[in-house]
Write a new protein. Structure first.
Length: 192
C-alpha cells in the first residue's frame, strides 16, 4: 500500500519531511526527501507503507516537518491512495493563525487561489511553524462536513482540535503527533 502526495507551492524552498500515521498514531511511512523546489512549482512524492509491521492500513494522519531554515510556502496538498483522495488548502492554516502569504497559485478548474502557509525550522521572518499535522478524513468534502465547518469554521471544529489540524513551532520529522483516541466514528453523510 502507498500514498501519492502532490504539493502546490507558492514560494520555493526545501521540501519538508512527510510522515503518515494510522488512526491509532502508528507511523506507516515516511519521506525525508530534502529537494529544493522552485517558486511556483509543484512536487510529488510516493510514500510506501513500509514502517508498520501490522497488516496494511490506510493513512489517517499526515505530518510535514522541516529542518531547513529555507522557508517553503505551501498552498495545497493532494493525497491519494487506492481508495480515496484528500485535499488540503493553505486556507485552513491561514484561518487558524498560521503565518501565510497571498498566493497567485491557481488550483483546479474553478481557478481557486488559496493562501499559502509557511514552514520554516528557524522562525526567521516571523514564520511560526516548523511543522503541521492534520487528520486526512476531515479534508474529504462532504455535504454535512462542509455545512458543519461553515457554521463553526475557525472555532472548535478545526482550529481548536489538535488532532484535526495543528501547526507546531518545534516538531522534528521523527516526532509523533496527537490523534483522536478513541478514533472518530463518522455518521453517514446526508448527501443533500
Amino acid at each position: 500500500m502507498e500514498e501519492c502526495i502532490n504539493f502546490c507551492l507558492h514560494k520555493g524552498g526545501i521540501f519538508p519531511s512527510i510522515a503518515l500515521f494510522t488512526k491509532t498514531g502508528d507511523r506507516i511511512g515516511q519521506s525525508k526527501d530534502a529537494s529544493k523546489i522552485t517558486e511556483g512549482g509543484s512536487y510529488s512524492v510516493t510514500i510506501s507503507h513500509d514502517q508498520n509491521d501490522k497488516s496494511p492500513e490506510s493513512a489517517e494522519y499526515i505530518m510535514l516537518s522541516t529542518v531547513s531554515p529555507n522557508a517553503v510556502c505551501i498552498s495545497a496538498i493532494y493525497i491519494t491512495d487506492a481508495a480515496t483522495s484528500y485535499s488540503w488548502y493553505g486556507d485552513y492554516g491561514h484561518a487558524c493563525g498560521q503565518s501565510w502569504f497571498i498566493s497567485d497559485k491557481i488550483i483546479g478548474d474553478q481557478g481557486k487561489t488559496p493562501s499559502c502557509v509557511w514552514l520554516d525550522s528557524d522562525g526567521t521572518d516571523n514564520d511560526n511553524a516548523q511543522a503541521m499535522s492534520f487528520h486526512l478524513l476531515d479534508t474529504i468534502p462532504s455535504y454535512d462536513r462542509l455545512y458543519q465547518y461553515n457554521q463553526t469554521w475557525a472555532g472548535d471544529l478545526m482550529c481548536k482540535s489538535t488532532p484535526r489540524f495543528s501547526f507546531w513551532g518545534k516538531l522534528l520529522p521523527d516526532s509523533r503527533i496527537p490523534v483522536f483516541d478513541p478514533p472518530l466514528v463518522y455518521n453517514h453523510d446526508s448527501g443533500k
